[in-house]
Design a protein around this ligand. Sequence first.
Ligand SMILES: [Zn+2]
Length: 305
Amino acid sequence: MKKLLLLFVIVLTAGCTLNVNEKSNKCIIATSFPGYDFARAIVKDTDIEVKLLLSPGVDMHDYELTPRDMVDIENAELFIYVGGESDEWVKKVLSTTDEKLNTYKLMDAVKLLAEEIKPGMESDEKEEKPELDEHVWTSPINAIKIIEGLTKKISELFPKYESIFDKNSKSYIEEIKLIDSEIRDIVNNSSKKTLIFADRFPLLYFTREYNLDYYAAFPGCAHETEASAKTIAFLIEKVKRENIPVIFTIELSSGNIAETIKKETGVKVSTFETAHNVTKKDFDNGITYVDLMKRNIKSLKEALK
Ligand SMILES: [Zn+2]
């Protein structure tokens, strides 16, 4: 019986859940993969734990808060969230939590852009004005700004590790700078400047950063995933007229729209990793934001050749 109880306690503490016997709490919780990944890189080689609230393989926009998660958030030393439509529930959590919770909001770290409606896109005409786009992390330059702010925040909360955080942060930023310059090289050396997303389009910050044009089926992470015949015809026409070699879907997508366009045009379909979340397999293999961007570099080379 004692053994069983001990096992239970271990299981509970392993998942970044506060151990009642511990005086200090060393847990950071993030609502989305980018916040999780950046924090994990910063606290490397310390005893601070980072937990991703979202289960691997789940669409970030489908997450629903559970009572268990609520307890974990309240007990965490730092809670990292995006601050947009996908984790709008955070506002309610922050207004109902009794004790002051330390937070870091990704959308506070960068200059925000409003979602765009491009020709050919499905859009909800009832919406009066465009919302601010929450997918700030998709631009590597923004990722660097977010990491810099997050490093400062984590250092304030765990000052004894400041020099380790600083070192980790600098080396991760160096990796991202390499990604950034590789992408710039690809774009500069290509006569093509247009990306086609037969999918939702959470990459406004990415395309703006590299002066790329784009067409997509839906703006941001719209709820609809079935495109009308008109939208599909528009994208097919773009692929044919601009001689587009590769079109994109985003991770965890059904890929239905892309399949239709592929059948009609013979275009290649690739996945663009937007890093909202990752598959269970990638998660278990410890995949990072930088790894995901390296995949994107590979497919960008094909799309812009
Ligand atoms: Zn999204």
